[in-house]
Design a protein around this ligand. Structure first.
Ligand code: GUN
Length: 281
């Protein structure tokens, strides 16, 4: 059994981005990311701080906009409009979830698809569907990168994704399908979930419930990817019961140190791609 080292893979990805960013700088081209956080959700604050640090480490221009909890949709749209037209900013990320008075889809739709480094805009979502895209949502992109790094074959394999969110489950299923996996997307209404998961050669869990995936749900030799970011007694843990599932898996991601670091690395990669596209490189 191999524990997939998300920190090592993300470090390799970031190293490449850093050197490309330095080369662009020599040509007078900068790479800039603006991150918007509305309200003071403690988990979101940590994610945003981590994104800012990653930008600084890679030599990106980093702008952070912290707006109060009671921000109106119109105020947020105004800021997005300014950033859409700001040349030094190549990528815009508005941290989700947003406070309840703000309509998330309206905000996502307002971000220029060319600067949509989350790949949440309907135009980018559609491009993923037809396998002709520039940006991929960061979490599924990070998982694909880890599978590639460890030479894990996808073609012809039974791939089961638990979760159907727009951020993870749906794009994950689509990316695995594009690599010729036989993909099943399971969700909260799936009957006899373990009937599906036990057939999975590659199992991706994006449920958000601690201890959800147990050893009896997993096939011997499966590749198990844990997207869960759950807090149990103040400790970060995934969806998978690591101690028992790792005994059956051929590859498994830990939490922390698996998918998490990859998500940020892929956000940086999307931002670099945005900068190159906007400078016709
Ligand atoms: N909240 C949780 N994950 C994400 C993400 O990938 N992007 C944004 N914008 N918000 C999130």
């Amino acid at each position: 059994m191999t524990i997939i080292d998300g920190k090592a893979v993300s470090a390799a990805v970031k190293e490449e981005i850093k050197s490309e960013t330095a080369k662009l700088k020599e040509k007078g081209i900068t790479v800039g990311l603006a991150v918007i956080l509305v309200g003071d959700d403690p988990a979101s604050k940590i994610y945003v701080a981590n994104k800012k640090k990653a930008c600084e480490d890679l030599g990106f221009v980093s702008e952070e906009y912290l707006l109060p909890e009671n921000t109106k949709t119109s105020e947020l749209l105004e800021l997005i409009n300014v950033l859409n037209n700001e040349k030094s900013i190549n990528g815009i990320l508005c941290q989700l979830p947003l406070p309840k008075q703000i309509d998330e889809q309206t905000v996502i739709n307002a971000i220029s698809p060319l600067k949509d480094v989350d790949a949440f805009h309907p135009s980018n979502v559609g491009k993923i569907m037809i396998d002709d895209y520039d940006f991929v949502p960061c979490t599924p992109a990070g998982i694909m990168e880890m599978l590639k790094y460890y030479n894990i074959e996808i073609s012809g394999k039974n791939c089961v994704v638990i979760g159907r969110s727009n951020i993870v489950g749906k794009p994950m299923s689509m990316l695995l399908l594009h690599q010729n996996g036989t993909v099943t997307t399971c969700h909260s209404r799936t009957k006899d979930l373990s009937e599906y998961t036990r057939k999975a050669d590659i199992l991706v869990s994006a449920v958000g419930k601690a201890n959800f995936v147990t050893a009896d749900m997993v096939k011997d030799g499966a590749v198990v990817i844990d997207v869960g970011m759950n807090r149990e007694n103040g400790k970060l843990c995934g969806d998978v019961v690591f101690d028992e599932v790792s005994k059956k898996a051929s590859f498994i991601t830990p939490v922390p140190g698996g998918v998490g670091p990859m998500t940020i690395a892929m956000l940086m990669k999307n931002t670099l791609t945005a900068a190159k596209k906007q400078n016709n490189i």
